[in-house]
Design a protein. Sequence first.
Length: 158
Amino acid sequence: MRYVNHLALLAAGAQLACSPSPAPPRSDDAAAVRRAGEAYLAALRTNNTDSILAHWGDTATVLPPNDTILRDRAALRTWADAFVRQLRVVDARFSESEVMVDGDLATERVAFALTLQPVAGGAPVTEVGKGLHVYRRGPDGTWKLRLDIWNADAPPRP
């Protein structure tokens, strides 16, 4: 039995040694991820579904507050279309952005303020909250959202 355990450990070690390690982060990766986040905010301010979707990868998952998990491109489009029919993004800002890069994956923890104007009329509402973005670097070097989750600091209004 002890021999089998040693063989298993040896095999696992050999597999790890032969596995490609992720590329070390380049010094400009964190800045590139922050630029991708800022570009996403700019796309939100256009109130255009195609502009918004351009920042999510083809296999992105989105976890909006008080809603279902969006797991495919069609669900993302349906959600974004409904969003821009109901609300206009007047302003969108990150007050914090903490980026960590590991090879072709990056996380960005954000704090944000989002000012929304109801399309049907009424006063603009500013939501302050936090979120987590997971990005994947594509073959062309661009960072696309793979996972997007956010929620407001205040409880939802009735």
